[in-house]
Design a protein around this ligand. Structure first.
Ligand SMILES: CC(C)(COP(=O)(O)OP(=O)(O)OC[C@H]1O[C@@H](n2cnc3c(N)ncnc32)[C@H](O)[C@@H]1OP(=O)(O)O)[C@@H](O)C(=O)NCCC(=O)NCCS
Length: 439
């Protein structure tokens, strides 16, 4: 659809979510939320749930986008609901060495089934990324419902996650003793007390961690279910190091009994400020009786539990997929925000169909910090060591995806493979990246 035809048919509106004096979402906000619910097949929230969700959007200072049909059919929801929804807000991505970068986090992307494939997503995305550039973001971020939607807009899959199961019968004892003490606590006590502090410590030391939305917390801590109703089946425990009263990790979980198949203890949230807390909490979960397997859907690629288990074959990967996607908007600001593990210089020729990051850039790293010089406005293949698309630059940034791997996939090109290996060494993260936050 041409731009003119699009503008004839639709109106794009950007607005901040709002509530009335009683805390209920105002009409524009409520209708936008209903449209999102339709897109994601979610049940409509009750009045209390809608007010709570709106308060979370306001707390996170979200910017809503709605695409409205100008001439809706009488009686259709298009008379009042947006046919396309989109939101963005500020979200810090940790590099794992104490530094972080603010990303333009994108969420709630839906297009009404009756209006799909007419360019609504493309228009919302282009508008949002232009605003992101104007607001000074180095990069945008999102978590996706499908793997094929976002690369065309310059997003690369930067960190993956695994859904795993560990069979109790063969897991314990661990090969090395764990340390510290685990105690079961009331969920509300965890929410009122240490949970956020533990997360902050996890975030600072973990490459790829992203700050959580306000609305994530009550679900992660087992106060509310995904449906917004009180969760009654989620338990919580915390870990303290030996001879210390300081909590350095916590876990929340529920047990699902299934007649005829395994009873599974499912981890809802596992946050660790130390490696000791991670292994000790796993050992605790594996020691809980009346269940067969412990399931964790947010495991990282290099999970130390595999090495810790008495029998490594107790660990099975059920599924693996993309988690956080990054979209570089400003190459220099993105690269200079992160630490580097090796010194050296590489010249990158970056293509970008949307134009934001196109150019040729020299990255010089000295004593772990980078400087970036823009050498040309377009991707100068002859004058560069490495050529890649902006989506693949985003994929490499956290250090979880190797440029050597992307070269093997034909996505990163170089005449001298040593330059690709140098880039890999430079981008090595301080420890295994781990993302535990959906948005
Ligand atoms: C995914 C979704 C938002 C796409 O919206 P849309 O308005 O139909 O997309 P557009 O018409 O703007 O299409 C833009 C481009 O993406 C492509 N595309 C869109 N959805 C796609 C999908 N699910 N898989 C692969 N390609 C897709 C289109 O073919 C088009 O390609 P082109 O520009 O190269 O020709 C919409 O189908 C939807 O709401 N799905 C359900 C909710 C959902 O999955 N949201 C994503 C949350 S992360």
């Amino acid at each position: 659809m041409s731009n003119e035809a699009f503008d004839d048919r639709y109106e794009l509106r950007e607005f901040a979510p709002g509530t009335d004096e009683q805390g209920a979402p105002n009409a524009e906000t409520a209708l936008w939320m209903q449209a999102v619910g339709l897109g994601f097949h979610e049940a409509d929230p009750d009045a209390e749930g809608a007010a709570r969700m709106a308060s979370h959007f306001i707390a996170d200072q979200e910017t809503f986008l709605g695409v409205y049909v100008r001439k809706p059919f009488a009686g259709s929801v298009d008379e009042t609901w947006p046919a396309g929804t989109f939101t963005w807000f500020r979200k810090a991505l940790s590099w794992g060495d104490g530094s972080a970068v603010d990303t333009q986090a994108i969420s709630a992307v839906t297009v009404r089934p009756t209006e799909r494939r007419r360019g609504i997503l493309r228009r919302m995305m282009t508008h949002a990324l232009e605003q992101g550039v104007a607001e000074g973001y180095a990069m945008a971020s999102l978590t996706a419902s499908e793997g094929t939607i976002y690369r065309r807009f310059g997003f690369g899959s930067a960190i993956r996650e695994r859904a795993v199961r560990v069979r109790r019968a063969r897991a314990l004892p661990f090969l090395a003793p764990t340390a510290g003490t685990v105690s079961v606590v009331p969920n509300q006590w965890l929410a009122d007390g240490p949970a956020r502090e533990v997360f902050d410590r996890f975030h600072v030391r973990t490459p790829g961690s992203m700050v959580r939305n306000t609305g994530t917390w009550p679900v992660a801590l087992g106060l509310l279910g995904q449906d917004g109703k009180p969760a009654k089946d989620v338990r919580a425990a915390v870990h303290r190091p030996d001879d210390s009263d300081e909590i350095d990790g916590y876990v929340t979980w529920r047990v699902k009994e299934d007649r005829g198949s395994d009873t599974a203890l499912e981890i809802v949230d596992l946050v660790y400020a130390t490696d000791q807390a991670y292994t000790a909490l796993w050992e605790f979960l594996l020691s809980v009786d009346l269940n067969d397997v412990v399931k964790y859907s947010r495991s990282r690629l290099d999970d130390p539990i595999v090495a810790a288990l008495g029998d490594n074959r107790a660990y099975d990967v059920d599924h693996e997929e993309d988690h956080v996607w990054l979209r570089v908007l400003d190459v220099a600001a993105s690269l200079t925000s992160r630490p580097f593990a090796a010194d050296g210089s590489v010249t990158l020729a970056v293509t970008d169909a949307l134009g934001f990051a196109s150019g040729t850039y020299r990255l010089d790293v000295l004593e772990a910090r980078g400087t970036v010089t823009r050498l040309a406005d377009d991707a100068d293949v002859a004058g560069s060591d490495i050529q890649l698309d902006v989506a693949d630059l985003g994929a490499l940034l956290i250090g979880s995806v190797s440029p050597v791997t992307l070269a093997a996939a034909g996505l990163v090109r170089a005449t001298d493979p040593a330059k690709v290996e140098l880039l890999r060494a430079m981008l090595t993260p301080p420890r295994a990246p781990h993302g535990i936050t959906y948005f």
